[in-house]
Design a binder for this molecule. Structure first.
Ligand code: HL5
Ligand code: SIN
Ligand code: MN
Length: 270
């Protein structure tokens, strides 16, 4: 699949692009089952909600579940990513943010690239994120909210809080914008939250300001986020590099699969 020039322009202008129903319902079901399976794998890659046992996020599922290994190279996803970032790319980070009904906590207002610059010494914001809706996303279940156009000003600030919220990953809370910064940015750019059926995909910039509210609805909001980084932009950590579930080491250029991930899996099974 190729994006139209208008879609490419929209991504660069707003900092994100929503493509509705890119995956079909049967594929969404497969991905959901793979997530349920992956949630059972214990380890530091499984992040729980503060003070609880509920899963908040699971990292690096593409290394354990064939559905996700295929998805990151799917011909509907990888070629568009390469249109938005015309470089050889690899997956730098892969996570699924669970946000279960009545309990998924907020994700504070932040810019991704600041996290990766601070924590991993990532030289440049040469990334494209994809957000794959594993559930229908509506105004009730804690959709990601973007400040459209906010990616164009670079980093809003460069500080990290002294006390880390999580030892397993860098929680956006540690690098969040102040209330004044957020208010000024919303004044300039406004807010919007892409919504749509499960299977929709939102491509978004590593510099766009975003965040999301807690989920107090009875609807789950599982969101898969994969970050593609330019192969020429490897991290240069100052000290110990972070674990490879949070910063993937395999930086070999990805090539698209010939057929959609679900068809490739069928061939393997046969
Ligand atoms: N949790 C990520 C990490 O690299 C950073 C956040 O949305 C990305 C800010 O630890
Ligand atoms: C994130 O930006 O890492 C989290 C966004 C979300 O899951 O709402
Ligand atoms: Mn983020």
């Amino acid at each position: 699949m190729q994006l139209t020039q208008q879609q490419v322009d929209e991504y660069h202008d707003k900092g994100f692009l929503l493509v509705e129903s890119l995956l079909d319902p049967a594929e969404v079901r497969q991905l959901g089952e793979a997530f349920a399976r992956d949630c059972e794998v214990p380890g530091p890659h499984r992040v729980t909600e503060e003070g609880g046992t509920q899963v908040r996020a699971v990292y690096a599922s593409h290394r354990r579940q064939p559905e996700y290994a295929g998805l990151i190279r799917d011909p509907r996803i990888l070629p568009p990513v390469r249109q938005l970032l015309p470089e050889d790319v690899y997956v730098y980070q892969f996570k699924i943010n669970a946000k279960p009904p009545f309990g998924g906590d907020k994700w504070a207002w932040h810019q991704d690239y600041l996290a990766w610059r601070i924590a991993d010494g990532l030289p440049a914001p040469l990334q494209v994120n994809i957000g794959v809706f594993l559930d229908d996303v509506n105004e009730f279940n804690g959709p990601v909210i973007f400040l459209p156009g906010s990616h164009r000003e670079g980093l809003v600030h460069r500080e990290r809080k002294a006390d880390a919220k999580s030892a397993q990953h860098l929680d956006p809370d540690d690098i969040s914008l102040t209330a004044d910064q957020l208010a000024a940015y919303v004044d300039r750019y406004g807010m919007t939250s892409p919504k749509g059926p499960a299977g929709s995909v939102v491509f978004f910039s590593p510099e766009i300001v975003h965040g999301s509210a807690p989920n107090m609805s009875p609807f789950a909001r599982r969101l898969l986020i994969a970050t593609y980084n330019s192969c020429a932009n490897l991290p240069r950590p100052q000290g110990e590099p972070r674990p490879d579930y949070v910063v993937c080491r395999d930086s070999a250029p990805l090539r698209p699969l010939e057929r959609r991930f679900s068809e490739e899996l069928r061939t393997v099974d046969a």
